[in-house]
Design a protein around this ligand. Sequence first.
Ligand code: ZN
Length: 452
Amino acid sequence: MGLVRLLFAAVVLLGGGAEARAADTVKLERELGRKFALEAAARLPIVRDPDLVTYVRRTGAKIVESLGPQPFRYRFFVVRDGRVNAFAVPGGYVYVHTGLLLEAANDDEVAGVLAHEVAHVHAHHLLRQQEKTRLVNYATLLALLGSFLDPAIGAAAIGAQAAAQLKYSREFEQEADYLGARYMQSAGFDARGLLDFFHKLWERQRTTPTFLPPFLLTHPLSEERLNNLEAVLRTRQWESAARRPPSRELRWAKFWARIRTSSPQEAAADYARAHEAEPGDPVSASILGAALVESGDLERARAVLEPLAPRDARARRELGRALFRLRETDRAAELLRSVTAEEPDDALAWFELGRVLVSSRRWDAALEAFRNALRVLPDFEEAHRELGLAAGRAGREGEGFFHLAEAARCGGDYGTAIGHYRRAIERLDDPAAKERAEKRLRELQEFVESRR
Ligand code: ZN
């Protein structure tokens, strides 16, 4: 097994000279992260909704940018799971559950959790901790990373055992709090968000003994830890200013998190109540419209969205999505086009525009729209699939198979991906495109090989 060999290398490296070790550790962590991400794509329900993923990635990028040059390229993923959790894998891979986003009251709380996770990666806590507890043999390290993929984490006995291995020490938790608060400050966030979020979990845990989200199993909280963090923040005299309300982007991210973790009908009923309570809020009206699109209540969606569409690009996009489903293709295309002109980084608007264009057999324009969706979100699985199918129908078979392969790769279906990369390579003429497909094929073949 490749991962086992790799982890065995880690054991050897951790015993070597300090400086050589630093460089080698970074290389090893990068490799571990890359392998983990491939395994995770195959085993975790990764969410691809553009508003949600883009929000988390932009928030994470702001934190990472404030750190200056980094040995890792940080990547952020969202997992469809209603339990509060976030975890970081060596090499810069950060995963957040939809349940955590639903729990966050504002952008600073989301940023706080991401900053804390980035700090664990940046300070190499996982490997350092294993070194410290003398648990560095390949079996335990392998189990350790595998536990991140264990769906039972946080649920009773199996979870407790896995979590015990993944649990950060008190010292590392405090370091990650302190570093996280610093990163937040330099990125322009309110560092109290970190403390607020942890306080909220702590209070819930104290009042509801059954509340034990995976996040608290791996990042244990204590009164002492909260007090220390509070002391750090006090010295910066921030306590007097009011908390910021959630941004429009966070509200949309939470909407998709909600849609992916509960029934769209229930969500629509809740958003209808929220809108009734605050009828003058245009964001809650647009989100209600989107919830009605998702629950299939299209005429009602149209009625809610139509008056908002002229002024609000997001409402216009949702109206376009509703009309496409009502087979009013021309108007849908017109609305979606105007959204992409106003918001060129709205990947969902590009994707829906592509689908509308496919339905009227305008292949070249459709390909362009899907390519734009992928420019914003390179691992947008559905956009790869639609682009692949449209390219095939437009007679561009090489490109078609390449994107079908990419879609299968995003979904963790590596057998299918390998087959499609091979078909793409046979058909692609452009040397750069061919080389890209060959590189992907080699990487997946090597990974599949190492899994055996
Ligand atoms: Zn932690």
